[in-house]
Design a protein around this ligand. Sequence first.
Ligand code: NAD
Length: 328
Amino acid sequence: MGYKNLTFPEGSLFLVTGGAGFIGSNLCEAILKLGYRVRCLDDLSTGKQRNVDMFIDDPNYEFIKGDIKDIDTCMKACEGVDYIMHEAAWGSVPRSIEMPVFYCMNNIVGFVNMCEAARQNKVKKFVYASSSSVYGDEPVLPKKEGREGNLLSPYALSKRADEEWAKQYTRHYGLDTYGLRYFNVFGRRQDPDGAYAAVIPKFIRQLLSGETPVINGDGKQSRDFTYIENVIEANLKACLAPSEAAGEAFNVAFGGREYLIDIYYGLAKALEIDREPLYGPDRAGDIKHSNADISKAKELLGYDPDWSFEKGIKEAIAWYREDLAPKA
Ligand SMILES: NC(=O)c1ccc[n+]([C@@H]2O[C@H](COP(=O)([O-])OP(=O)(O)OC[C@H]3O[C@@H](n4cnc5c(N)ncnc54)[C@H](O)[C@@H]3O)[C@@H](O)[C@H]2O)c1
């Protein structure tokens, strides 16, 4: 259970791309806490300087401001690296529908640059962020690897393409790649601002600041909301996975099912705010229900998530309450 007892060879160096973002900064923190070295590569396009500043005085932490679209930057960042956790990409289904060319360059070309740099630098393991969006319109629940439907957005396509590229790098060059299909991750440091913010931090911020949150659709859509601690565990365990499991993608979730409308009222209750939400149109490219079968990650990575939605949301609310409180 968990990841706090996992060990790597002494002095191991991890490269976390997108390490100034939500998931990446949590990975950096966990690696530092385990006592290993971490290099963060991020162009700060959606990430935050404060997620770098919080570690910058640690001698085991190094920051490179750079863009994965530039192969030379990727090559330099991979020098001497043992393990890569590749998180750098742009998220958001609706934004990808507005900017298809950028998503192709950033999420696919940038990804292949990182695979190539990892191969040339003989990195041991290349663990990367995929997404539950690769299941597209497949209606059968729970979602299971090998049963994917038609893709519904350029973002989903970029993640599916990444998985195929990773497979090629495993097949032809022996790079051990492991794709992690995250299902709606939430937790500390997830950005609550902007038009493309994820729903949990956005609702918390709106409720705390007196705004009325808008629910897209009828609120009866469901998701397998996954607490950040489970995602950290999956990444670290994938770095220790056998080569036989390389070239594969794995669902990373808790295996539960939460309805958006229940989340809204649960958050409002926890924050002691009595306010009805507004309802807006469905979002293009969204699916109605999504939850995961996590047996493949359990079997091949030893993934054994111990943070339920209920346990995680309590911690997340407490963190945002403090972070969003007016500063003196
Ligand atoms: N948060 C989720 O629920 C979720 C779900 C599925 C998949 N993912 C994937 O997980 C990864 C991390 O997501 P997140 O929620 O932490 O997002 P985030 O936006 O907080 O982090 C992404 C980071 O990547 C950096 N980045 C983007 N393009 C870059 C580039 N060209 N060069 C260097 N750095 C670049 C950004 O500045 C940012 O710091 C992404 O690949 C995302 O697609 C996230």
